[in-house]
Design a protein around this ligand. Structure first.
Ligand code: C2E
Ligand code: MG
Ligand code: MG
Ligand code: MG
Length: 286
């Protein structure tokens, strides 16, 4: 009974709900113009080898710089882009831009860093997705093995047959595939052996408490061991302090990413970061 009362007209048209939908509409119309107004930008966060802290690659993280809204983070607009389908052109821009930038780093440094790009479910399901990835690689002249696509477990499990086909085609291209936010989705581990993944990214919620909670420490150790037995590499996300890096080194985690090393930064700052980081490497080697 309480439930049917909950659906009264008064309940349905609360003024704050109207405000929310107005804000949403406004955001949507702004987002539609974001690409043509050149308001989207990629920030890059280094991914380092855990053993020595030297850069191995970077993850591209999208931001939207809008005159009215200021700097908008992906958690605030990716869901809207997904719902409206705007993620298709936006995601295409992200992949092309990230490949071009990675190629530029390679030319500057002579080193084959990888670039990791997040892919959302709707984008992944788009029939033109694999061709788009291929074109972006060609256009940039980037070897496929230097592009890593990050998808979440949810996507694979919600949509396994088509996902499987798309994953195989991407694998044939030579692109690397990673499972993002590993451990937070459904825990149906069997997909790991059926699909051509290369990397697991341990979610930052586990890393955050790894020094405090014995359970988190046990899970992280188990994930690393399991991934290695399956021939997968492991990236720890959200590494914020030195004690976490020691833990991850002790347990053989391949790569690390987090504020402890570097926050996500714009392309020009990133190039400076690489130069400092590789100079440091040269010094320690001699
Ligand atoms: P994600 O792929 O798991 O990215 C990692 C998030 O953790 C990023 O948040 C990053 O800034 C943040 N982070 C990195 N190091 C640390 C740390 O040490 N501590 C903490 N607390 N956080 C850290 P961001 O940039 O806000 O991105 C949020 C999510 O938005 C991403 O999570 C990803 O799922 C999505 N996203 C970002 N860019 C794109 C994109 O181009 N396309 C799509 N489809 N999704 C994107
Ligand atoms: Mg990611
Ligand atoms: Mg592969
Ligand atoms: Mg993640």
């Amino acid at each position: 009974q309480a439930k049917s009362q909950g659906k009264s007209a008064y309940q349905r048209f609360r003024p704050e709900m109207k405000a929310i939908s107005y804000e949403r509409l406004q955001m949507e119309s702004n987002l539609r113009r974001a690409l043509e107004l050149d308001e989207l930008e990629l920030h890059y966060q280094p991914v380092v080898r855990t053993s020595d802290g030297l850069m191995a690659g970077a993850e591209a993280l999208l931001r939207w710089r809008n005159a009215e809204l200021g700097m908008v983070g992906p958690d605030r607009f990716i869901p809207l882009a997904e719902e409206t389908g705007l993620i298709i052109p936006i995601g295409a821009w992200v992949i092309r831009q990230a490949c071009l930038e990675a190629r530029r780093w390679q030319q500057l440094t002579g080193q084959p860093f990888f670039i990791a790009v997040n892919v959302s479910p709707r984008q992944f399901r788009d029939p033109g997705f694999v061709d788009l990835v291929n074109e972006a690689l060609q256009e940039a002249g980037l070897p496929a093995g230097q592009l890593e696509l990050e998808i979440t477990e949810r996507l694979i499990l919600d949509d396994s047959i088509e996902a499987s086909d798309t994953l195989s085609r991407l694998d044939e291209l030579g692109v690397r595939l990673s499972v993002d936010d590993f451990g937070t989705g459904y825990s149906a581990l069997s997909y790991l052996k059926s699909y051509p993944f290369d990397t697991l990214k341990i979610d930052k919620t586990f890393i955050g408490d790894v020094m405090i909670e014995e359970d988190d420490a046990a899970l992280v150790r188990a994930i690393i061991t399991m991934a290695h037995s399956l021939g997968l590499e492991v990236i720890a996300e959200g590494v914020e302090d030195e004690s976490q890096t020691h833990f991850l080194q002790d347990h053989g985690c391949d790569f690390s990413q987090g504020y402890f090393y570097c926050r996500p930064i714009v392309a020009d700052e990133f190039v400076e970061w690489i130069q400092t980081n590789t100079r440091a490497a040269g010094q320690s080697a001699t």
